[in-house]
Design a protein around this ligand. Sequence first.
Ligand SMILES: *Cc1c(COP(=O)(O)O)cnc(C)c1O
Length: 413
Amino acid sequence: MAFDYNRIFRSALEEVAAEKRYRVFAEIERVAGKFPKAIYHGADAPRDITIWCSNDYLGMGQHRDVIDACRDAAGRMGVGAGGTRNISGTSHPLVNLEAELADLHHKEAALAFTSGFISNEASISTIAQLIPDCLILSDALNHSSMIEGVRRSRSEKKIFRHNDVGHLEDLLKAAGKERPKLIVFESVYSMDGDIGPIGKICDLAEKYGAMTYIDEVHAVGMYGPRGGGIAERDGEMDRIDVIEGTLAKAFGCMGGYIASNGDIVDAVRSFAPGFIFTTALPPSIAAAATASIRHLKASSAEREGQQRQATRTKDVLLRRGLPVMPSVTHIVPVLVGDAELCKAASDRLMDTHDIYIQPINYPTVPRGTERLRITPTPFHDDALIEGLAEALCEVWDTLGIPYAETVRAAAAE
Ligand SMILES: *Cc1c(COP(=O)(O)O)cnc(C)c1O
């Protein structure tokens, strides 16, 4: 009898469904100029909704300069890149983009990839592979793309407890000063909204002779006087060996990058399959991203607006007794604590209130900490925030989700 291949896939899906974490995507049509309003294509006729979970954190995806740069480049140079950079050459807008990125982080050079995911996977694995007997020290909550990079390097790795510099120091000490070491960590952790202790990690790196690699994906564009990230804000940029970021979140476009010294960037360029064997970013996207970075270097209005509205959102929700998890950044996580309830809350927000917030379930976050992850932007005005609070309370009441008091009482037991 022939092997029933499909049964394998069906049963894998059934398992995910049984755990209530089968993923359903919301079909959204964004409307340039109206963000965070969008059109939802659900089971019924299309209707207007408000997005509260976009990583287009500053609305730059709809910025006039960015759209114009994209359209102009596509009009003049066509749509595709035409090949990998090895085989078909490097587009002029891509060279400009990399110069812009190097300048953003005050580094000698930068290298653009087709996504932030690829930039982490390709760079971490290549850097660690080139270092003989490299020991990687990796934060426990690092993003999947960094974990893939660590894995693919086949280097030895040690995981340090999240943001725990004491634990990191123990591991560094145990490895000894002589052994080459690479510390990989993030600045803003996107599910909790907390921040890595960059300065202290750099102190340890210097003390024990380690290299540092930081993922600033959820910070570039949004922190620092020119949008260089938390490391820029804290004056630590020059102490970090490799800064990685994305062009797809606050910059509103697509692609990822690293910024570092000339030799490291050149080595990744020369050895990373994830860079070499894939078609480059198209000129239109490179030009759009450059326009976005340039704008945010000079303008703090978006950053200030985002911080103001994120703080306001936290205040308004907390005043209503909603279980906002502690966050020192623009990310506003609200605890639900159960996968099924989390999905039900998200569904009800969409169905009854025209509000889109994706449920965040395991494995993105630990079981029991399922949450709604809210990302206010400068375009979420005070009235929208009031409407959100109203809707969340209705959902919390209807579904019997615990308010902050109940959560605190349970935690104290
Ligand atoms: C989203 C994300 C990435 C990947 O960036 P993309 O450009 O979306 O591929 C990398 N690191 C972290 C922490 C992220 O959240």
